[in-house]
Design a protein around this ligand. Structure first.
Ligand SMILES: [Mn+2]
Length: 429
């Protein structure tokens, strides 16, 4: 396996940090031991945790106004895989890439799978794209895809999703994520009931093409590009559709796809209660679907989401196999740096949620002791778990300080010499 960052550089950095890390890890270990927690057991849990990165996240994103590319950005799936390999090599928490079609199309998927494996990567959920027209396409998606009035557009969208399943089988994926931009921008533009009927009928054809061990993850989104109504607008529409489609259909929660202040952790618990929690797209938001970096705005909410996931894991219903992925838009940062930072924020919240004293929490809930129930969460949230994450990374061959090593490697500067420049253009990823 040939990884993009020099192993010597990582080893040298880790050696320089080793004494400080042992000191911090030892101190935290003694603190946790007083609460009856074995730090090594927590570290082992963290070491087993992973989150996928999206192939499109390796490039700079933007808004619908503009995109500002940086030198050395990837321009094809091969370069995107190389960048994703950097993220995983340093963080050891992102071993899978979620591809997007037709953006990541190649002629030989067996070779692509091998190429990824050579970089220490596998493939996560495959994502279909029926929210934009491709050159030479027979039917436009301007008026919708799976819910379009035009039967030709619906057929084309169904066939594209089935093609994504076929590609995914070659790549080793077992999930198809379906998000459609279908919806309206004007009251009266479409009939709410009939457009949902059309969506369900088309989605059921895709569902019928799923292999036995596959899942279809339905991603809801409140607005954009349809700003008045979207066909699968919220978790209610999503779970109704998933229930109608069948047991292999699950709901995917993108943290940014809700109205501001919505209680997303409660939605997580609800979806799990009905066996429909399929996965997550992690990001953060301030005003709307801003696609800001995970943990940059509301890390407490991220912790509360993971707290519900920890509860779900302890009380699985109909299987608990959530698919975790980062899905954010890197408009002003180096995408590799953003994903390194976000992967750490996500793993931190996972670690903190696993430190919650569930016995104390449940006892306080039973006794209606509101303050102590809240304190059970607060105690875990306020612990700085970074030595646990660093220790797990270093033991797995990653970097103690991921961003420091990435900068020292001058990876992006080297790629700026090798790769062709990305053109200016539309910003939406
Ligand atoms: Mn998403």
């Amino acid at each position: 396996m040939t990884l993009p960052i020099s192993a010597d550089l990582i080893a040298e950095h880790n050696a320089a940090q080793a004494a400080a890390l042992e000191d911090d890890y030892g101190a935290l270990g003694r603190k946790l031991a007083r609460a009856g927690i074995d730090i090594n057991a927590v570290k082992d849990r963290v070491a087993a945790f992973s989150v996928a990165v999206p192939s499109w996240g390796a490039g700079r994103g933007g808004t619908r106004f503009a995109k500002f590319p940086i030198p050395g950005e990837p321009t094809n799936i091969h370069e995107k895989l190389e960048d994703c390999a950097v993220i995983n090599q340093l963080s050891r928490v992102t071993p899978r890439v979620s591809p997007h079609f037709p953006w990541d199309k190649v002629s030989d998927y067996a070779a692509l799978r091998e190429e990824a494996a050579g970089l220490g990567l596998g493939f996560d959920a495959v994502n279909s794209n029926t929210f934009q027209d491709q050159p030479g396409q027979a039917h436009t998606y301007a008026n919708g895809s799976l819910s379009a009035q035009d039967p030709g557009a619906r057929r084309q969208a169904v066939e594209h999703n089935i093609e994504c399943i076929e590609i995914g089988r070659k790549l080793g994926s077992t999930d198809l994520t379906v998000w459609v931009g279908d919806g309206t921008n004007f009251p009266g533009q479409q009939d709410f009931a009939r457009s949902l009927d059309r969506y369900l009928e088309a989605a059921s054809e895709i569902y019928a093409a799923l292999p036995d061990d596959w899942r279809m993850l339905l991603e809801h989104k409140m607005f954009e590009p349809a700003f008045y109504s979207t066909v699968i607008s919220d978790w209610g529409s999503s779970i109704l559709a998933a229930q109608e489609l069948g047991p292999k259909a699950k709901c995917l929660v993108d943290l940014g796809h809700h109205a501001p202040n919505v209680n997303i952790e409660q939605i997580v618990a609800r979806l799990h209660r009905f066996g429909k929690l399929g996965g997550f797209h992690f990001n953060d938001s301030k005003y709307g679907d801003d696609d800001l970096d995970s943990g940059s705005i509301n890390p407490h909410q991220l912790f509360l989401v993971f707290n519900e996931l920890a509860e779900a894991e302890a009380n699985p219903r109909d299987g608990f196999r959530p698919s975790y992925m980062i899905d954010q838009s890197h408009n002003v940062t180096d995408p590799i740096e953003s994903m390194l930072s976000s992967a750490e924020a996500i793993a931190q919240c996972y670690a903190k949620a696993s430190l919650v004293d569930r016995g104390a929490l449940h006892a306080a809930q039973e006794a209606n002791d509101t303050m102590m129930a809240f304190q059970a969460l607060r105690r875990a949230y306020t612990i700085d778990v970074s030595p646990i994450l660093a220790k797990a990374r270093v033991e797995a061959g990653g970097a103690c300080d991921v961003l420091a090593v990435y900068r020292q490697s001058r990876y992006r500067d080297r790629k700026a010499q090798e790769r062709r420049a990305v053109g200016l253009g539309a910003g939406i990823v």
